[in-house]
Design a protein around this ligand. Structure first.
Ligand code: AMP
Length: 365
């Protein structure tokens, strides 16, 4: 079996690392010449909407998936005429636009915070009346890791705020005073079987994921069940196949959906060492038509992203329970260059190991 991947970044690289032992080969389509996945896959160097590149990918592969959600939907649909594309392009479409994403959550009955779509400074002023302050303005498209977002605390000058998102079609949402951020990761197979990992607790800095704890501490069975039910409804609605992540805000005992990712997710990297079957292997199994694996968890895990710099490997690997992942990307401020997963059988040991790692990671090696 050969799996094609639209996008050749670190997620593609980790999908290949998981699929190769299963006897699966990979082709990645990615415009950049130094794709992190290219060390493990055949590399089609082409733009995501280049018909010739897409044709080559379709001809080489039995199924195509994606690791990057800003792939043009038209390209995914064109490809789907020649080869199965999983998760279905409808999932890609829903996730690309914050308005269609919210509409999907509304349709399947998942609570979201108050929001309104806006296309001008005038509409922004009206929307802020409806949504209330403080609020957050986000471009509808091509937003990730907190890019294209502006927190609005007063409405002195809507035109100025509007200018700060570049006058792009946007949504404005109430700023949620959440207790914490969680994510739910599930996988649905080609025959409709669904499995979930335990809820994950996520900590961001400047809109970028910094630390994930898995399983999230102090999760009640009811909270886990609510998150699973929400994600299952999205998957059923879309006829989904593969791994899906939904980012959630916990407010008291309620969950509000923030956004979804129709792909493997940064908050699931800990599953490589912290679960019986990693999210990457699950995704490959699902899109390749293979049975899913167990999502059982091994002890307590934390994942720390390496943002902008990578620490000294010797120091990192001297800490017990640590696993280092470096993606082979050129350093740039804030860029995800790798991650570290640390595991322990006891939550107190995990806490101590995280503290040791944080000292190394915040001080570049
Ligand atoms: P997003 O790009 O929507 O995932 O937003 C990135 C991060 O910004 C989230 O993980 C939150 O930490 C924060 N954020 C986004 N939307 C809201 C909101 N409506 N209320 C409070 N914080 C938010």
């Amino acid at each position: 079996v050969r799996v094609g991947i639209l996008g050749g970044g670190q997620l593609g690289r980790m999908l290949a690392l998981a699929g190769i032992p299963l006897g699966i080969g990979f082709d990645v389509l990615e415009p950049g010449p130094d794709a992190p996945a290219a060390a493990l896959a055949r590399h089609v160097v082409a733009d995501y909407d280049d018909p010739e590149g897409l044709r080559r990918l379709a001809a080489a592969c039995d199924v195509v998936t994606y690791e990057f959600e800003n792939v043009p939907v038209d390209a995914a649909r064109a490809l789907a005429r020649d080869v199965p594309v999983l998760p279905p392009p409808d999932a890609l479409e829903a996730a690309q636009d914050r308005r269609t994403e919210k509409a999907l959550f509304d349709r399947v009955g998942i609570p979201v915070h108050r929001y309104a779509t806006v296309a001008s400074a005038k509409e922004l002023a009206d929307a802020l009346e409806h949504v209330g302050l403080p609020a957050i303005l986000k471009t509808r498209r091509a937003g990730y890791d907190g890019k294209g977002q502006v927190v609005v605390r007063g409405v002195d000058d809507p035109a100025e705020v509007w200018g700060r998102v570049g006058g792009e079609p946007s949504i404005v949402e109430s700023l949620v005073d959440f207790d914490r951020e969680l994510s739910i990761l599930g996988v649905r197979s080609g025959v409709g079987e669904i499995r979930f990992y335990p809820l994950i607790e996520n900590h961001h800095r400047a809109g970028i994921l910094r630390l994930s704890l898995a399983p999230a501490p102090a999760v009640t069975a009811a909270l886990q069940a609510a998150a699973e039910a929400a994600a299952a409804r999205v998957m059923e609605e879309l006829g989904y196949v593969g791994v899906l992540a939904i980012e959630l805000f916990q407010v008291g005992d309620r969950l509000l959906a923030n956004e979804m990712a129709p792909r493997v997710h940064n908050s699931g990297h800990w599953t490589i060492e912290g679960a019986e079957t990693s999210q990457f292997e699950q995704h490959v199994r699902a899109v390749a038509g293979l049975p899913l694996g167990s999502t059982a968890v091994r002890g307590y895990s934390a994942m720390l992203n390496l943002l902008g710099t990578t620490p000294d490997s010797t120091a990192v690997l001297s800490i017990p329970g640590v696993h280092l992942h470096v993606y082979g990307k050129a350093p740039r401020p804030g860029r995800k260059l790798g991650h570290v997963t640390v595991r322990a059988d006891d939550p107190m040991d995990l806490r101590d190991r995280i503290a040791l790692l944080e000292r190394l990671i915040d001080r570049p090696g």
